[in-house]
Design a binder for this molecule. Structure first.
Ligand code: C2O
Ligand code: CU
Length: 488
């Protein structure tokens, strides 16, 4: 589909920041995403489905089929024949209904990663198994004060997660900035949702299975895709402001974003705004993480890259050779996309307004402190991936939390490789990322725990339900590095 409409977006009111009203917190951007028509075939984005009158009802069919990936026809998975699936755009307070149809030949289900919604019943319930040929109706009610940001959806059926995500099952969810009267405004020429994933395909265009050592370390695909394409070309005029919402949908690959000479402001990570916006620099996205950035384009051609990331060593290192091909400990550099900035300069916009995070738990006394330990071990059957030596058991509850409690969780990593910690439903405020106290509210739903390191987060368990936390290297999750938390 060709989109020829191009317009600058005017956001919020008329740029007035009323004292007091600005305190409402979130920073408001455009209500709409605009596809860039000038980029031609290269700059495609998945279809956008948007809520109307507070409801978004969609049907997502997970299936294997012919897809255009990296400019060729391949056989991969995907939702609604797309890879990524459609982008779902909702607002705080909305209801999101998803009819998931399983067109695969194995069970699946659907997790709305990062959304602060109920994990019970037909909510974000990861214990549901949707059998082949069957469907399931999910319903998510977003609270009125739901943090804005870019989230995503993917399968979560234990044992199949890595294969299904690697095969092409993922899509973005955007929770738009709330319409706060008088909120700080900023103009962006366009907004882009960039879903980064990786995949391995053989010459015939079929999905390729990872090797055993690759699965141990966490598989990395041979091709890195942005919206299902290899190094697509994006176009802009110099001085234009763009908002990029980047999702790391890779199963195991860490992305250290490098935007070259482009002028970048990081305005939010997984959820909610950062205060103040951070300057470019090294921006590392662990699997599952997102970044929300505002780019003021600079003339010329820039290759946006993912630089190598050292994520430690698999204890299987020694065994790697024995099993054919050692487990790699770092991703090589890859080109993500090319940004071509040319034409007449667009006059500079006003500086980005200051924003406030809506929540800050630093003043709260935690009711309880817990420690969870990422552990790996060697056994007869190969490596084991656990929390504290215990493999995931859906029938066991590992953490019982009182509803309404604020708790501090320290996640310790006793292994020699990094593991990204993901907690469902309840956002985590990072108190200590392993380098001392964090002096601003930083909210995440995935936080990387470095090899032999520890991270402390504070969580308000304000919503009842039983769900999971796990390593977001999805091969590790499937191997059992997952636990159950019950809040009630
Ligand atoms: Cu993105 Cu439990 O996962
Ligand atoms: Cu892991």
């Amino acid at each position: 589909p060709r989109v020829t409409r191009r317009r600058a977006l005017r956001i919020g009111g008329v740029g007035l920041v009323a004292a007091g009203a600005g305190a409402a917190g979130w920073w408001r951007f455009g209500p709409e995403s605009v596809l860039d028509a000038r980029s031609g075939a290269a700059a495609v984005e998945p279809p956008v489905l948007r809520s109307e009158s507070g409801v978004l009802a969609v049907r997502l069919e997970a299936a294997r089929g012919d897809r255009q990936v990296a400019g060729r026809s391949v056989t991969a998975l995907g939702y609604n024949d797309g890879l990524p699936g459609p982008t779902l755009r909702v607002r705080p307070g909305d209801t999101l209904r998803i009819e998931l149809v399983n067109g695969l030949d194995e069970p699946t289900n659907l997790h709305v990663h990062g959304l602060h919604v109920s994990p019970e019943g037909n909510g974000d319930n990861v214990f549901v198994a949707v059998q082949p040929g069957e469907s399931f109706d999910y319903e998510h009610r977003l609270p009125d004060d739901h943090p804005p940001g870019v989230f995503w959806y993917h399968p979560h059926h234990h044992g199949n997660v890595a294969d299904q995500v690697f095969g092409g099952l993922y899509g973005a969810i955007v929770v738009e900035d709330p319409e706060t009267p008088g909120a700080a405004t900023v103009e962006v020429a366009r907004e882009r949702v960039l879903v980064v994933s990786d995949i391995s395909l053989d010459e015939s265009g079929a999905l390729k299975d990872p090797s055993m050592p690759d699965k141990m370390m966490g598989r990395e695909g041979e091709l890195v895709l942005v919206n299902g394409q290899v190094a697509p070309v994006l176009e802009a005029r110099p001085g234009e402001r763009e908002r990029w919402r980047v999702v790391n949908a890779c199963v195991s690959r860490y992305l250290a974003l490098d935007l070259g000479a482009q002028q970048v402001d990081l305005v939010a990570r997984d959820l909610g705004p950062l205060e103040p916006p951070a300057a470019g620099g090294a921006l590392v996205l662990a699997p599952g993480n997102r970044a929300d950035i505002v780019l003021t384009t600079v003339s010329g051609t820039t290759t946006v890259r993912a630089d190598p990331v050292d994520r430690g060593e698999s204890e299987m290192g020694g065994m790697g050779g024995m099993m054919g091909g050692g487990a790699s400990s770092s991703s090589g550099a890859v080109d993500l996309l090319r940004l071509e900035v040319a034409g007449t300069e667009v006059p500079a916009g006003a500086p980005l307004p200051a924003r406030r995070a809506a929540r800050d738990l630093r003043g709260r006394e935690p009711a309880r402190r817990r420690e969870l330990v990422f552990q790996t071990g060697m056994g007869m059957g190969g490596m084991s991936f656990t929390f504290g030596g215990q493999e995931f058991d859906p029938d066991r509850t590992d953490q019982e939390v009182e509803v309404g409690a604020v708790e501090d969780w320290t996640i310790r990593n006793d292994s020699s490789m990094d593991h990204p910690f993901h907690l469902h439903v309840w956002p985590m405020q990072v108190l200590d990322a392993g380098e001392g106290l964090v002096d601003a509210p930083v909210w995440r739903d995935v936080v990387n725990v470095p090899a032999r390191g520890a991270v402390t987060v504070r969580v308000a368990f304000d919503q009842p339900g039983r769900t999971v936390y796990h390593c977001h290297i999805l091969d590790h999750e499937d191997d059992g590095m997952m636990g159950v938390v019950r809040v009630g």
